[in-house]
Design a protein around this ligand. Structure first.
Ligand SMILES: *Cc1c(COP(=O)(O)O)cnc(C)c1O
Length: 363
């Protein structure tokens, strides 16, 4: 079976380092906000080029804590994408705000500056772009819109660790950014984990407080907080992988470019890289009217493929009532034709050729 992501091959390369780190943590019994979390936060902030990186329990929590720290709440509208994982909009609902879904660009699948600007109302407080599949949204234009209209910019970087725009990391442009370390993400741990990045001292202080039961000084609580800390053992994994993240992302880009080259003559839409940022290919996503046929052919040869995402958020049961009458034609069209192929840092050229051979046999 060829899986979407081969985590076993990656683990084999870093196994010794991780086992040594685990052994040290188990011996020290410093399990909560210990030395590895502290070191990882420092290393991640350096890598991302931000003042503060604060570990938390998941990417979903990272977005939730970022919105809380920016003071987004009931009555506020947050402009975002419907073509994303549910967590983007869940975080907006957690703080009592309303997600306002706008349509995407048909080539990059990211929300466009034009659609964002057209959706601004007196209630709009923030914009939350998702750097979908690892391709940065048009940050220079989105930053300009947020400045012009006095809106907070909160980046969903769950799929974009290591992606950059004009030499700056995604997640360093906004007021705050949320990252996920779910195992299959570009930087993934071996369980759940997340991180908030921000350049703002006040926001950082609030996020640290919220993630730890609303407390700055132990057993003194100023606000109702949460239990959302990054686990010490996960930080061991993340430190090992952060050292190699550029190598991992370069390998993903190689895989994507080889797929695109080998598929170029087929009537399939291959991923478009715009000139704005560096795509790190969290997913390699194609468009085809014959998606079901192609996926069935791959399945028959024990090759995984997946649809991210089959139902856009404005059409999900949970948001249907909020979104009655909303039509997002590009999002709906892309959702009806998209499918993703296996991609990770350890997939070989021969495997890619094998996968393309199966796709070719359909045409
Ligand atoms: C994975 C993901 C999240 C949530 O991350 P978790 O760590 O699974 O909570 C949020 N947004 C997007 C776009 C994601 O892909």
């Amino acid at each position: 079976m060829i899986p979407m992501v081969n985590l076993k091959a990656q683990y084999a390369e870093i196994r010794e380092e991780i086992e040594a780190g685990f052994a040290q943590t188990l011996d020290s019994c410093a399990f909560i906000l210990g030395p590895n979390v502290q070191a990882f936060e420092k290393e991640a902030a350096e890598y991302l080029g931000v003042k503060h990186a604060i570990g938390c329990a998941s990417g979903t929590d990272a977005l939730h804590l970022a919105l809380l720290a920016e003071g987004i709440g009931p009555g506020d509208e947050v402009i975002t994408s419907a073509f994303t994982f549910i967590a983007t909009a869940e975080a907006i609902k957690y703080v009592g705000a309303t997600p306002v879904f706008v349509d995407i660009d048909p080539q990059t699948f990211n929300i466009t500056p034009e659609n964002i600007e057209a959706a601004i109302t007196p209630q709009t407080r923030a914009v939350m772009p998702v750097h979908l599949f690892g391709q940065p949204a048009n940050l220079p234009a989105i930053v300009a819109i947020c400045q012009k209209h006095g809106l907070k910019l909160i980046e969903d970087c769950a799929q974009s660790f290591g992606a950059s725009v004009e030499g700056r990391q995604t997640g360093s442009f906004g007021d705050a950014a949320g990252y996920s370390f779910f195992p299959s993400k570009n930087l993934g741990c071996y369980g759940d984990g997340g991180l908030v990045a921000t350049n703002c001292d006040q926001a950082a202080a609030k996020i640290k407080q919220y993630r730890n039961h609303g407390s700055e000084v132990r057993y003194y609580h100023d606000v109702v907080g949460y239990n959302s800390r990054l686990d010490e053992l996960q930080a061991v994994v993340l430190r090992a992988k952060l050292k190699r993240i550029d190598e991992y992302n370069a390998a993903r880009r190689h895989v994507a470019h080889l797929y695109s080259e080998l598929l170029a003559d087929l009537p399939i839409v291959t991923p478009h890289e715009d000139s704005v940022g560096v795509h790190v290919y969290h997913q390699y996503t194609l468009l085809s009217e014959r998606r079901d046929e192609i996926m069935a052919a791959l399945q028959a040869q024990q090759i995984a493929s997946a649809v991210y995402y089959p139902v856009p958020l404005h059409q999900q049961n949970v948001f249907k009532a909020d979104c009655a009458g909303l039509s997002l034609p590009v999002t709906e069209d892309v959702a009806s034709r998209c499918f993703s192929l296996p991609i990770c840092s350890s997939i070989s050229d021969d495997t890619i050729k094998q996968i393309v051979g199966v796709i070719r046999s359909v045409f």
